[in-house]
Write a protein that binds this ligand. Structure first.
Ligand code: GLV
Ligand code: MN
Ligand code: MN
Length: 408
């Protein structure tokens, strides 16, 4: 029997981190580079130091903790994020970072000295809620985005990424792009219903969805709600509503892997008796097939032109983020599967419909992901829940996967 991680210790760290940004309803709000994020970073860095890891803060605030190996070869890296959506759960991201810490502590207790170093990283602004390029930390870590570009990002609250990073004391000096992993393994809750419905403990991820984020601005004509005849209206609010309804039609018409969501909207002037002059809203399109994702973007573009003509409004779009789907590396998939088999955990291969830092890392180094079940498939919600037994199982698989990879 393979040795296991310490599940009580893992649970305790999860509970402690969940206190930072805790909401009355049991959820967590810890947006990137806020005071809550700073407090969470301080806690995680403190734990890294307690474990005597080599701790580095890089130029965009990624927290890197390295357990040295017998050689200075490229490390095997685990990671995820500790920022959350505004009313998120305790596990999205946090579980992956804390499982990584738990794995490193277990390896130390077992007095195992690995050939390669093993590291854990908490990446900055994975969610992309406050600064709406998601996964800014991993993009910069890999050199796909320069620190300068990251610093320039404007927040939805008008803040500036670079200023906020400095304000919370996490503009580090470790150079982005200077650490190339031998392999990257991300542990995460599934955030969907598959494992829970099928009562399977471990998901072995084969690929991660592609994603397209746009901000759509519709401009019409403000006018009086009582006197303006229907035929004379240029109602930006109505036009936005038409687009939102169309998003569902688009998803239905492009097959079950197509997702389309409007998650934010604002009307101007936002008054009960004024026809909206302006509507600004977000569109999140996803598909695991790049060609279908492109088709979704094209069809949406055509529909926006149609609404412009029919409603007498003007529509502009800004692309906030765009990434193609990526496959996980066959060697990492095999290593994860092997370690799930060694523990006799029920497991299956699956795609990820959520995006993760692993989507970025997959373009940089061999990458894989381990999923554990989300109760009722709920995530990005205070109701997010994964049982401690499942959390432990995933961390055991993570532990033996990275140990295995660190020998190669
Ligand atoms: C990240 O949580 C995403 O899938 O949007
Ligand atoms: Mn996440
Ligand atoms: Mn998330």
């Amino acid at each position: 029997m393979e040795f296991k991680i310490n599940k009580a210790r893992f649970d305790q760290r999860l509970a402690e981190l969940a206190k930072i940004g805790a909401r009355q309803d049991g959820g967590v709000s810890r947006l990137a580079l806020t005071d809550e994020d700073k407090a969470a970073r301080d806690l995680v860095v403190g734990w890294m130091k307690e474990l005597n890891l080599q701790v580095h803060i890089d130029q965009v605030g990624n927290l890197i903790g390295i357990l040295p190996g017998k050689t200075a070869e490229e490390p095997v890296v685990m990671g995820s994020h500790i920022d959350t959506v505004p009313a998120g759960g305790r596990f999205d991201g946090a579980a992956g970072v804390l499982a990584g810490l738990e794995v490193l502590e277990t390896i130390q207790e077992q007095k195992i000295q690995t050939r390669r170093p093993i590291a854990v990283i908490a990446f900055t602004n994975e969610e992309g809620v406050r600064y709406r390029t998601d996964m800014i930390g991993s993009r910069a870590f890999c050199g796909f985005l320069s620190p300068k570009q990251a610093y320039a990002a404007r927040g939805t609250d008008g803040s500036n990424f670079g200023e906020e990073l400095k304000r919370i004391g996490y503009a580090g000096e470790f150079l982005c792009g200077s650490l190339h992993p031998h392999a990257y393994v991300e542990y995460h809750i599934e955030q969907g219903p598959v494992l829970d419905q099928q009562q399977i403990t471990v998901g072995v991820v084969t690929g991660i969805t592609g994603i397209s984020w746009q901000e759509v601005t519709i401009e019409g004509q403000a006018n009086h709600a009582g006197t303006t005849p229907t035929a004379m209206r240029h109602d930006a609010g109505l036009a936005a509503a038409r687009v939102i309804v169309y998003l569902r039609e688009l998803a239905n018409s492009l097959g079950e892997n197509q997702r389309a969501t409007c998650g934010t909207i604002a009307f101007l002037p936002n008054a009960i008796n004024v026809i909206p002059a302006k509507a600004v809203f977000s569109v999140d399109l996803r598909n695991s097939d790049e060609s279908v994702l492109m088709e979704a973007e094209l069809r949406l573009g055509d529909f926006l032109k149609r609404v412009e003509g029919e409603d007498g409004v003007s529509i502009n779009t800004v692309q906030l983020a765009r990434i193609q789907p990526e496959a996980c590396h066959p060697d990492i998939i095999t290593a994860i599967t092997q370690s799930a088999q060694d523990f006799d955990y029920r497991h299956r291969v699956m795609m990820s419909g959520a995006v993760h830092d692993a989507l970025i890392m997959a373009r940089y180094c061999p990458t894989g992901m381990i999923f554990v079940p989300s109760k009722n498939g709920i995530s990005h919600s205070p109701a997010e829940y994964t049982s401690l037994d499942d959390l432990e199982a995933g961390a055991n698989v993570l532990c033996h996967t990275v140990l295995n990879l660190s020998k190669r």
